[in-house]
Design a protein. Structure first.
Ligand code: BEZ
Length: 209
C-alpha cells in the first residue's frame, strides 16, 4: 500500500555519496526531505540536484535535512556529481543514495510500473521531527519540480504544526492565515486578537510568530 500522510516514514540504511546513512539517524530531531530521481546522467535530474544544492541554506534555515535517491550505483553518482556542478555551478552538498537493487525505491513506492517499470518517478516525501510523513508529491520523469514550492510547503507545514492555523491558496511566508475551524470564537479572540470573520467558517488573522 502507498505511503500515506501520517504514516511513519520507513527507516532504512543505505550507501550514499556521503557514506553509509541510516535515514532516521540522519534526520535527527529536525525535518527532512527525501526526493527521488529516475536515473543518473539525465538532464532534468541534473538541473534538479544542482538547484537543491543551491537552496541548501534555505533548507537549513528551516531545520530541514535533504537527501536524494537515484537507483544507479555509487560509482556513477560520483562521476555525475561533477556534471551537476559543471552544469549548475552548485556542488552536490547533501547525500545522494545509491539504490541499484531498488530497496529504498520499493520501500517508498517510488517505482510506478505503468510509468516505467525500472526507474523511479520524481517523488518527494517531507518528514516531520516525529518521523511521520507530512507531505508527498509525485511528478513524472519529464517534469522538473519547483523547489521554491517545496520550501513554501515546509513553511506552511511548520507553521500549522505550531499554531491552530491553516494557510490559504497561494499563501507565502508573512501573509495572513486562516484560524482552524476547531478553534471557537472565544478561543480565537484570545489567541488571535483582532481576527477578521470573512464567513463564520473562514476567519483570518496575521501570521503568528
Ligand atoms: C531527465 O532527468 O531528464 C529524465 C530522466 C528519465 C526520463 C526522462 C527524463
Amino acid at each position: 500500500m502507498a505511503i500515506q500522510l501520517g504514516d511513519e516514514a520507513p527507516d532504512f540504511t543505505a550507501e550514499t555519496t556521503e557514506g553509509t546513512i541510516n535515514f532516521h539517524q540522519y534526520l535527527g530531531d529536525g525535518w527532512g526531505i527525501l526526493f527521488s530521481h529516475p536515473a543518473d546522467f539525465t538532464p532534468v535530474c541534473t538541473t534538479e540536484l544542482g538547484r537543491v544544492a543551491g537552496l541548501k541554506p534555505e533548507f537549513e534555515k528551516r531545520n530541514t535535512k535533504v537527501i536524494a535517491i537515484s537507483v544507479d550505483p555509487l560509482e556513477k553518482h560520483a562521476a555525475w556529481a561533477q556534471d551537476i556542478e559543471d552544469v549548475t555551478g552548485n556542488k552536490l552538498n547533501y547525500p545522494l543514495i545509491a539504490d541499484p537493487d531498488r530497496t529504498v525505491a520499493n520501500l517508498y513506492g517510488m517505482i510506478h510500473p505503468n510509468a516505467n517499470d525500472t526507474l523511479t518517478v520524481r517523488s518527494v516525501f517531507v518528514v516531520g521531527p516525529d518521523k511521520k510523513v507530512k507531505l508527498t508529491l509525485t511528478y513524472p520523469a519529464a517534469t522538473g519540480r519547483d523547489f521554491n514550492e517545496i520550501l513554501r510547503v515546509i513553511d506552511s507545514l511548520q507553521l500549522t504544526a505550531k499554531h491552530k492555523v491553516a494557510t490559504p491558496a497561494d499563501w507565502r511566508q508573512g501573509e495572513d492565515v486562516i484560524i482552524t475551524t476547531a478553534v471557537s470564537n472565544e478561543e480565537a479572540a484570545e489567541r488571535f486578537p483582532g481576527y477578521e470573520t470573512v464567513k463564520p467558517y473562514l476567519r483570518k488573522t496575521q501570521q503568528p510568530a
